[in-house]
Design a protein around this ligand. Sequence first.
Ligand code: PGA
Ligand code: ZN
Length: 402
Amino acid sequence: MSIIDAAFARKVLDSRGNPTVEVEIHTDNNAVGIAIAPSGASKGSHEVRDYPPKGIDESLKIFKEKVAPEIIGQDIYNQKYIDQILHTIDGSTNFANIGGNLAIATSISVAKAAANDIGLPLHRYLGGHVSIRMPVPVANVIGGGKHAINGTTIQEFLVISHAKKVSESVFMNADIHRQVGKKLKEKFPNMSIGVGDERAWVVPLNDEEALKILKSVIDDFRSRYDIDIYPGIDVAASSFFSNGKYVYKEKELEKDEQIEFLVNLVDEYEIKYLEDPLEENDFEGFSKLTRLVGSKTLVVGDDLFVTNPERLMKGIESDAANAILLKPNQIGTLTDFIKTTKLAKEAAYTTVVSHRSGESEDNALAEIAVGVGGEYIKTGAIGGERTSKLNQLIRIEEYMED
Ligand code: PGA
Ligand code: ZN
């Protein structure tokens, strides 16, 4: 047993330059855990609230006045109990009163302090003695939606490289990102091509044109390396669903047309990863689409499930998808996150542990993805706040080989 003897919360910067919460926990055994909450820009409406009505400052005040006094004196290894304290102080079902970002930063900093206290890396502390596998990295190459102005309508065009080692996949994804950038600069010689929130290229192309360019670079890499490499997309369909229609830059689609459009994209471009193809409440549409393409591609629920065990259960019962995106701050505590992950695994759903568009140098996501045995980790291709996780995966892999 080690006791929490100090706890602080402060405002730090995230990768968009916005304030976010950092929590720091100390134990009487001189262990420390520090965690920073990420933040979303294309949030699901069923996620926990990130901050209380008066914002981040209110979260910090609540931490000082209510959370710190309650958790100081607790056993650092009692993660479940500490997470329950957060729920009790909050008193709502969605962290509306203390803020999910305060909750997740507290929860993860407690786990980090416990891991340090016992002298284990976080992935081992979370994973116990289960055999450890490395997750396959999913990287954002071209983007738009709510992550960039004047980009594609579909939020993310992704690449997934299945090299033998995670380090090779990480370098390959970054290389593909670079080659796509080169192609785009050739195509638009008079434009300066920038990147969006997740460092994916932003270009004034329609979705199919973007996918064509990504696919051509992937085909080139495939012809040179003996590695399975596939494109994926995060449609983030809720972000352009309006008055019952999917409103693209150049067209508007009814639900059935949206399904048809995506079925064709999956076939034509060998898409093996299809996230949020339909708006976040359309379980029935998801089931239909999963029936049509579920044997060819992962159908991943992000805004649909929001890492929430009840929403996932509803999806499992209706065969709405075959994979789930898992974002710790969508649900607010590590205990709840692990509960949803276990439920997904029991239902043979593929698990994808994911970053947010607003991130930080905190690399806990990599440790968590390995610790819970996530099959995939979606955490970008480049950029310090993304490479912090990718580089940690490389380290973990090397430690494991030793
Ligand atoms: P976010 O969304 O901007 O809310 O983090 C990313 C995603 O849709 O996967
Ligand atoms: Zn998403």
